[in-house]
Design a protein around this ligand. Sequence first.
Ligand code: FAD
Ligand code: DHB
Length: 389
Amino acid sequence: MRTKVAIIGAGPSGLLLGQILSKHGIDNIILERQTGDYVLGRIRAGILESVTIDGLKRAGVTENLEKYGLVHTGCELVFDDKSYRVDFEKEVNRHVVVYGQTEVTRDLMNARESIGATTIYEAADVALHDVDGENPYVTYTKDGQEHRLYCDFIAGCDGFHGVSRQTIPADILKTYERVYPFGWLGLMSETPPVADELIYLKHERGFVLCSQRSKTRSRYYLQVPLTDKIEDWSDERFWEELRTRLGPERSANLITGPSLEKSIAPLRSFVSEPMRYHKLFLAGDAAHIVPPTGAKGLNLAASDVLYLSDAFMDFYTNDDMTGIEGYSERCLKRIWGAERFSWFMTNMLHTFPENDAWSKKMQEAEFNQLFNSEYGVRLLAENYVGLPY
Ligand code: FAD
Ligand code: DHB
């Protein structure tokens, strides 16, 4: 088999890249380790920046987003008993859209199926070969048989635990990492959200995020110790803890119900450089991870894909290598900005087990300074809605 671009992974990065390339006549094949249903079953992000919406527009996949996406022009940040609404429209004249990663993924999968582009699900033992040579190819096993896919380029869109990044020689790849001493316990329920807008809240018992997927579906997160297991958290315990952290006034509007999904995610900051090695390009979580506090993971994946699809289109239509050669540098500028913001939001709003009294005072002073300064609020709004693409 032969294609122009072999894409590893059918998460949002791989599917978005595939759809944009197909729309522009650039042949591609996606290899995915899991089944399509498994990929759709992972509940993850929910906030889209304009860069992600631009990507979906370029892919021609915005019909449902336009119908069901909720425009949010602000969010609330709470630190102990202090609360501040960040007005994105007023500060930077922009907004974000609430629309789930599951829905983005489903829309992209359906669009791919309707144009008849190939995705090979349950492709096992994917391995990349000759990425620094003239004839790169990918091998994989499907139904017990080994296959070989020849290509011009390989896009490693296979997430943090994928194989693509590991193909880059250790003496070339440089990684930067911070692991946080807690995780997020997420719960999805078919109940109206506790508030119209998202609430990011710091309580001494831990961080809370009140998010949503629609006017009737809520997504809540609680900071929990890394040692906690999902079996430790019955729905009743989750709602009780959420109520305690939200306090009586906010939780007066809380409507509870059975969980549709519950999971614990560890928090990590991670960047690997460079994002290109000869014919191999990394995009999305394969190259970088942010802690979810800034809602940046999915949006960064989308901006990588926009840069990468630009680069491939320039190469195939104009024989221009500029985008390909500058890919890593272009992406990393935006990535480090988002890494800083996600790290900052995580540090300011979580309860760190090792923090002494001084560190707690510094967290509070940071929050106060941010909201006592018009520049502070604007900087936060500018980062939250997404740094320039
Ligand atoms: P992924 O979504 O990880 O997709 C990679 C795909 O590659 C997967 O389908 C995987 O099965 C496949 N794959 C892996 N290895 C191989 C292989 N060897 N061969 C073939 N295929 C392979 N972001 C936010 O903004 N907000 C959130 O609340 C949030 N919550 C998250 C919760 C969790 C548990 C995780 C893991 C991430 C979360 N994120 C969140 C981050 C966001 O979901 C990711 O940034 C986004 O999914 C990145 O998309 P991706 O396509 O690059 O990677
Ligand atoms: C969601 C997740 C986030 O990490 C975030 O910052 C905002 C929203 C969500 O899942 O809805």
